[in-house]
Design a protein around this ligand. Structure first.
Ligand code: PMP
Length: 359
């Protein structure tokens, strides 16, 4: 069996143990005579799958009953819209713009609700987190939205602001959720597309404080309402059953790895080693402020862009895949999610050093 070193930003690498388990479960799930793909989402077999997945996720994140866990669809970008229509009511939603995704989140929200940009690093090329004391928060806001990790720009919040108790923090955690422990109580709502650290594409996780559900307008279409989705246990319509099952296997795998504290240690070391290689070189460059560098997505450029194609070709020849940067900023990007083994990062670093020597 061939497994490449997969640095894709998403859909991304999944743990081999999870894939093997899924393969073993496929033709005949636990002796029921069919696959998990073929059973009703309302029957006892799937009920067990979703309840176990929820319980394991709660254990991993230390989520208490204040939070609802919703398994939705539509990707993180649907949440760009669901957050304002459910939670903004009469006040504007506040946005901190630190990269491509939080910028788009604000632009999308502004189509249906009023927004206020609290701080933005756009003119600085999205290379840092704006100091909390520069955030403009004088006006009344419905919430404060941040992208805790900018997947394209490689900018991550390593600290969170202290907000007033009645001002919920909303986190787009698509590319960082489950990569390390988080203080969930700092948030009113967290959302994440699954296709990085959680499982396959098609599932969107929303963790929302129950008290915020009171804000959801009853005139919202049912599919768009967090309150309805919570009341119906994420089964208002047919949920993405296979993606939920697979995410459940990922949660179990994370628990066997020692949970998020253990993942954080591994992830921090992987990222540090790669940044060290970039900083020591005169060919590669990462322009993000050290205090804001992402553990999950490491974008870098080659000083001579004419070498880009050769870099990617030679990397591919070593089974190092998914390194091409996002089209919006170009260059390279290595995504170092949970399922990317330290050995894969070591292989990338060895290749980068060798490529530089030859260049
Ligand atoms: N937010 C962030 C931080 C992301 O990384 C992405 C996807 N890479 C999105 C939003 C959009 O996600 P989706 O494709 O699931 O809508």
């Amino acid at each position: 069996m061939r497994r490449v070193h997969n640095f894709s930003a998403g859909p991304a690498a999944l743990p081999l143990a999870v894939l093997e388990q899924a393969k073993a479960d496929l033709p005949d799930y636990h002796g029921i005579g069919s696959t998990i793909l073929e059973v009703s989402h309302r029957g006892p077999v799937f009920d067990n799958v979703i309840e176990q997945a929820k319980a394991d996720l709660r254990e991993l994140l230390g989520l208490d009953e204040q939070f609802e866990v919703l398994f939705l669809q539509g990707g993180a970008q649907t949440q760009f819209v669901h957050v304002p229509i459910n939670l903004a009511a009469r006040k504007p939603g506040g946005y901190v713009v630190t990269g491509y995704w939080s910028n788009l989140a604000e632009r999308e929200a502004a189509k249906l609700a009023s927004t206020h940009i609290i701080a933005s690093t756009k003119t600085d090329g999205f290379t840092h987190i704006p100091a909390f004391d520069t955030w403009t928060m004088e006006q009344e806001l419905a919430y404060v939205h941040i992208a805790t990790n900018e997947t394209i720009d490689g900018v991550e919040f390593h600290e969170l602001p202290d907000l007033p108790a009645d001002l919920p923090l909303i986190g787009d955690m698509s590319s960082t959720l489950l990569s390390r422990p988080i203080d969930v109580n700092k948030y009113g709502l967290i959302y994440a597309g699954a296709q990085k650290n959680i499982g396959p594409a098609g599932l969107t996780l929303v963790l929302v404080k129950r008290e915020l559900l009171k804000r959801c307008d009853s005139k919202l279409p049912n599919m768009f309402s967090y309150a309805i989705q919570a009341a119906k246990d994420s089964m208002y319509n047919t949920p993405p059953t296979f993606s939920i099952y697979l995410a459940g296997l990922v949660f179990k795998w994370l628990l066997t790895q020692g949970g998020l504290t253990a993942m954080a240690q591994i992830n921090q070391r992987k990222a540090q080693n790669l940044y060290k290689c970039i900083d020591a070189s005169s060919l590669y460059n990462n322009s993000v402020a050290i205090s804001a560098r992402s553990w999950m997505n490491v974008p870098f450029t080659l000083i001579d862009p004419n070498l880009n194609e050769r870099f990617l070709e030679q990397a591919l020849a070593r089974d190092l895949v998914g390194l091409k940067g996002h089209k919006s900023i170009g260059g390279m990007r290595a995504s170092l999610y949970n399922a990317v083994a330290p050995e894969s990062v070591d292989a990338l670093i060895a290749f980068m050093q060798e490529f530089e020597h030859k260049a």
